[in-house]
Design a protein around this ligand. Sequence first.
Ligand code: SF4
Ligand code: SF4
Ligand code: FES
Length: 383
Amino acid sequence: MPKLTINGKEIEVPAGTNLIEAARRVGVEIPHYCYHPGLSIAGQCRLCMVDIEKAPRPTIACNTQAVDGMVVWTETDRVKETRRSVMEFHLINHPLDCPVCDQAGECWLQIYYMKHGLYDPRMTDEKVHKPKAVPLGPHVMLDAERCILCSRCVRFCDEITRTGELGIFNRGDHSQIGLFPGTELANKYSANVVDICPVGALTDRDFRFQVRVWYLDSTKSICPGCARGCNIEVHTNRRRPHHAEGRRVARLKPRPNPDVNGWWICDAGRYGYGAVDDKSRLLAPSRREGGAVTDATWDEAIAAVAGVLARVAPDEVGVIASPQMANEDLFALRRVLERRGIRRVGFRVPPRAPGDEDDFLIRADKHPNSLGASLLGLDGDVA
Ligand code: SF4
Ligand code: SF4
Ligand code: FES
């Protein structure tokens, strides 16, 4: 394990760790655009420059591995000046349309300009113009003028989905992201490119212009879309209820977990939250008597179920638990059934159609908690 020093702090890291990750471990953030821990190294944006003692000039941190005895400085005058110049270069042809950009508030051009840029622009020529609001597929919209050509989206499609829809076309300041002829960005994981795009070039067609991101709150959760259990963040909008037709859930985002989903989620899981705010969602108990359905209170519903369970012999009762339920709910159900002596309980209801599956994240079992139901002993025969 190489031992090195970053800004005077000594640290030991596993062999092969690059300087961006090594610096993170001592609480030092090295600004970067093209580096992403889930993708190959491109060394494209040149923003991650650091000074390494005995090196003649600043070096990119993403493509430099920690070496024993290395001494790294991330805030020298030379590094700061280099960063400022790189920022100015990235923004030379940028349209600076932040007020109408849906990425505003979570854009790394904005964030890094305020932290590391703050230069006076010297660009006086007409900027190069490129296509705006180009749909790349069902979920992703491209604004080519805002793109800094970091190639993260291209590498995602080449290395993660291996579908290769995206490329960088043309040369020099006319280079731009685009689709290969005859393709669209419609793979099962397509919207991850929105998450990894550091700027407002790729935005989410479902979310864009619904609500500004600074009004959102974030809650850690698990996707209920299949048995993979991808880690997610639920972004909710409670502060602007008059936006997005009052929907509380604004979007789902992947939450990195190397043991489950890496940095990614599938599109089906990402856009599967509509039921939460669906107007037809069942929110309170109702009672069916004869042909009529009437509202009931929870007390009435619980009393009615308890009354039926008291009247019927336990071996005549069968219960179907839901593998959509959390462990706590399944455990509470099991206790109720145990108290009543009911043993016929199961949860395996065959799906109407077999679920799709792949060799990456998506699982054929579309329930998030079949394993929990099984481990809690609710896997009996109710036939
Ligand atoms: S669209 Fe975004 S992710 Fe793709 S190259 Fe441009 S800036 Fe990078
Ligand atoms: S693979 Fe898709 S549906 Fe399954 S848990 Fe992950 S995001 Fe949800
Ligand atoms: S992050 Fe190192 S060159 Fe882009």
